[in-house]
Design a protein around this ligand. Structure first.
Ligand SMILES: [Fe+2]
Ligand SMILES: [Fe+2]
Length: 167
């Protein structure tokens, strides 16, 4: 049985996934409304993991980071940078392929969210309240400068993923 923290974060993955699916439902176009909700939501989700979840795990393990923390951080960096340029089918395809692997690393049996539940113990309720109260993050408009897209492609490669080109 997954604990409450696992459930909250995995439900957020699911919510974001359905926004993503709505954003790309029509081939060749990105639907702006679900896209922007997905973008805001993913930025908040990543911020919760970076600012609340990963630091709490390190604290509860006496300063020892989760072994997959670095890997997840690189993915987060790639995802955030892919949300900076205006969305294209290739960018969306790349986001999807990163999230497929990334969310599994968090949700699987020996993944981040189980570890979080295990370590939280009696503090689980307080942590859940903290996650729910996490404020929305400040979101800048998409930036169409070519260097913004270049930086995103570099961050994808740095994280060990491939920038996908939609056919
Ligand atoms: Fe994550
Ligand atoms: Fe996540």
């Amino acid at each position: 049985m997954p604990g409450a923290l696992y459930q909250y974060l995995a439900d957020d993955h699911e919510r974001l996934d359905s926004l993503f699916q709505r954003a790309v439902a029509r081939p060749g176009v990105i639907d702006p409304e679900p896209y922007h909700e997905f973008r805001r939501g993913l930025l908040r989700h990543i911020s919760m993991e970076e600012k609340i979840v990963l630091p709490a795990i390190a604290r509860w393990q006496d300063g020892k980071k989760a072994s997959i923390a670095e890997r997840l951080r690189l993915d987060h960096g790639a995802l955030v940078s892919l949300l900076a340029p205006p969305p294209t089918p290739s960018i969306m395809l790349t986001i999807q392929s990163i999230l497929e692997v990334h969310n599994k690393l968090e949700e699987q049996g020996d993944g981040l969210y189980r570890l979080l539940d295990d370590l939280a113990g009696t503090e689980a309720e307080a942590m859940l309240a903290q996650l729910k109260a996490a404020p929305p993050v400040a979101v800048l408009p998409n930036n169409d400068k070519p260097e913004v897209l270049d930086a995103a492609k570099k961050a994808v490669t740095r994280a060990g993923h491939e920038f996908k080109v939609a056919s």
